[in-house]
Design a protein around this ligand. Sequence first.
Ligand code: SF4
Length: 466
Amino acid sequence: MNNNSTNYFSREYIEKVRQINERLGKIPLAHVHSFGCQQNVSDGEKIKGMLAEMGYGFTPNTSDADLILFNTCAVRENAENRVFGNIGALKKLKAENKGLIIAVGGCMVQQEHIARKIRKTYPQVDIIFGTHVMGEIPHMIYDKLCENRKTLMIPDSEGVITEGFPVLRESDIKASVPIMYGCNNFCTYCIVPYVRGRERSRRPQDVIDEVRGLVENGCKEILLLGQNVNSYGKEHDFGFSKLLCELDKIEGRFKISFMTSHPKDCTFELIDTIADSRHISYHLHLPVQSGSDRILKAMNRHYDTAHYFELIDYAKKRIPSVALTTDIIVGFPGETYEDFRCTLELMKKVEYDSAYTFIYSKREGTAAASMPDPVSDEEKGKWFRELLEVQQAVSEKAYSRFVGKEIEVLCDGIGRTADGCMTGHSRHGVIVDFNGGRELIGKFVTVRVQKAMPWAVVGELVGISD
Ligand code: SF4
């Protein structure tokens, strides 16, 4: 096992900033906003953990904040434009409060041209940090507080994995646990390998200890995170299926889900592990992206639809009522309506519970950005709406397999389908609304499903199982 790929988080500057904040005579407030994916939300929880230890409280309002931090996403152009709009709106706040600290970090600013643009166009920003230096945030805040020094820190290299960050989790019953970072796949449309660096995995024992600690503290649902969890653990000679088997041995009442799988690395062994487990969700999120082999090749996905169907058929055979979900890109450069129709057909054949569907967004620096893209935005919008319609019908039909059945649900909040109803997720990851009260939040309950909808199922509470 390789022990050289990890270091431990230093609290030196947390302590220094905490001492400064203690002398203020009030609790300074931080506003932290994480854009984008679960990985960013998870990073945001670590950032909040560090800020809490530095003595900051939190506010949802930028106007009340002494420190504003945006943790950005680079996956879609829309998200980037939203961040620029939000940073621009802070100019007035900074003019009114010179002591306000503004920090912008994460995937978007890891791109050099974006970091340059922020530095040049938005002088109100004090701290610009990339994806590999989150642990340096306390030091950057200290430099700003003590020496009024602005920082731009965007190293190219991902460095080593850091363990031991303080984490301020958003929920007591659900927790995200990153198991690996970065990606080696270079799908031609995707910016992630450029902004998150090469693939590297946490040590299995660090992951197991974290999950065990969460379960012992009452956490009921653990989401394992990675850009491609199926290639977890290469440097530790400890694959993803083996990690799941070890986590499944932990005693307690909880479930484990994970995202994201890559069809080229998803194995029958992984499907068997899920099928034979006690705690692992009967849910496989397997992003197909396109139903056309020609487009899959252009996307550099390294599988074809025949291989994809083999995995789907095996999952349906082995995992009871398996929930299948996916990601689909509409309007990839060079895609024709014929290619798009293959995606529609695949969607109907697989019968996904749900699909994250996107219109292709050009990302500077990726291979697809220079590919000819003759289809108009209007045409892509039409295809997109057609896809949504098909998926809605497919989802409703897929969810109908639960009607009349009793399923176990972890209640996690207030539902949307009726006044006062509760909601939760089943072992399949399906949203389930049912009658009940707030005292059920955090409990496993049994629900008899009465009705399927395009995005959820609805049922009646028949028992509380913990
Ligand atoms: S597997 Fe492909 S789509 Fe997923 S993060 Fe890596 S490059 Fe991006």
